[in-house]
Design a protein around this ligand. Structure first.
Ligand code: GDP
Length: 365
């Protein structure tokens, strides 16, 4: 599964968020699973109401949602790029994730320790960004000096690589993240081997106090303004409330509690859906009587590649796919009815799978 890592300064609410994720998945109806892979890593189901609607028609034995892995990367502090507080270990953990959930403290509470003075969401974000940028600069500079020595070969490919690295280096030196630099496909390929930390997609969690969970506060507003240019989402939530909701095993208790806080769903569900989007993922469904299941692919994948997610042999032996758009399946209520209405399409190996397609693959074994 693809991974999202939770990062942030100490005492901002990272573990509270991680615990909320792990508990909520456990407490859900039995078809929602959470499994802890390591103490700080868990696989969580992606809530998708389309899956439940499909299952409502098909009435399968099992419902299987897609999952993403959430990793709690604790321990980032000022100076991490210089090895402070096991900094290098944590930075290595970030290198392995596909996207970043950056938790920012937007609540005041004098009982909860803070090393960095008064609450300052933008300053906190910059501390973490700086550490990641410094680490990236180290990686870029290493490759830059290697490539610089090869310039005299006159190879145009080397020259292009040199130019790309130069752009990245200048950008990082200005205290900016690589995700804010617009790079061509060729340029991206040239730096792909560096697995730069600041190239990864990020979403921000503004951890606000109870009173501000629906409205935000001056801290979350400041954060939003500061990241406006990054094209990144800011989710305003209260991690403690989420953790409390997740600990309630009885759905009726949970409903009551959420009603009291005027919540229609846990903010966590929204967060997980946003993470899924952030990872640039799409979902297709298979709808059989044994199981109705959601499968994860990347946007733009063609049918054979999408089939390989079910089984690698499906890609090699791919013949064709029978496809019903989600909307049509729901409108007609079954595969047979959709087929009768002319809504079942036969697609070949060049078909680009759309988010929500209900698929049935034909293949040679
Ligand atoms: P981490 O170091 O980032 O993992 O932070 P924790 O999740 O361990 O939280 C640090 C402390 O802040 C704990 O005592 C939490 O109960 C508390 N905390 C977390 N979220 C909130 C919040 O939204 N409001 C308040 N007042 N306290 C919170």
């Amino acid at each position: 599964a693809l991974q999202a890592g939770i990062v942030g300064l100490p005492n901002v609410g990272k573990s509270t968020l991680f615990n909320a994720v792990s508990n909520s998945a456990k407490a859900q109806a039995s078809n929602y699973r959470f499994c802890t892979i390591e103490p700080n890593t868990g696989l969580v189901d992606v809530p998708d109401e389309r899956l439940d609607k499909l299952a409502g028609f098909v009435k399968p034995e099992r419902i299987v949602p897609t999952q993403v892995a959430i990793v709690d990367i604790a321990g980032l502090v000022r100076g991490a790029s210089k090895g402070e507080g096991l900094g290098n270990k944590f930075l290595a953990n970030i290198r392995e994730v596909d996207a970043i959930i950056h938790v920012i403290r937007c609540f005041e509470d004098e009982n909860i320790l803070r090393d960095e003075g008064p609450i300052n969401p933008v300053g906190d974000k910059e501390i973490i960004d700086t550490e990641l940028q410094l680490k990236d600069l180290e990686s870029v500079e290493k490759k830059f000096s290697r490539v610089e020595k090869m310039l005299k070969t006159g190879d145009p490919k080397i020259k292009a690589e040199y130019e790309t690295l130069k752009r990245c280096k200048d950008h990082l030196e200005q205290g900016k993240s690589i995700r804010e630099l617009s790079l061509s496909k060729e340029e991206r390929t040239a730096i792909a081997d560096l697995f730069l930390l600041t190239e990864k997609s990020v979403l921000y969690v503004a951890n606000v106090d109870e009173a501000s969970m629906h409205t935000g506060n001056k801290f979350s507003e400041a954060l939003k303004a500061a990241v406006a240019g990054e094209n990144a989402q800011v989710i305003v939530m209260n991690n403690s409330i989420e953790a409390q909701i997740s600990e309630m095993e009885d759905p009726a208790d949970r409903e009551l509690f959420m009603e009291e806080y005027k919540m229609t769903e846990p903010a966590l569900s929204k967060l997980i859906r946003s993470v899924y989007k952030l990872l640039d993922l799409a979902t297709y469904f298979t709808a059989g009587v044994q199981e109705v299941r959601a499968w994860t692919i990347h946007e733009g994948w063609k049918a054979p590649q999408a089939a390989s997610v079910i089984h690698t042999d499906f890609e090699k032996g791919f013949i064709k796919a029978e496809v019903i758009a989600y909307k049509d399946f729901i409108q007609y209520g079954s595969e047979a009815a959709a087929r009768d209405a002319g809504k079942l399409r036969i697609e070949g190996k060049d078909y680009v799978v759309k988010d929500g397609d209900v698929m049935h693959f034909r293949f040679n074994v």
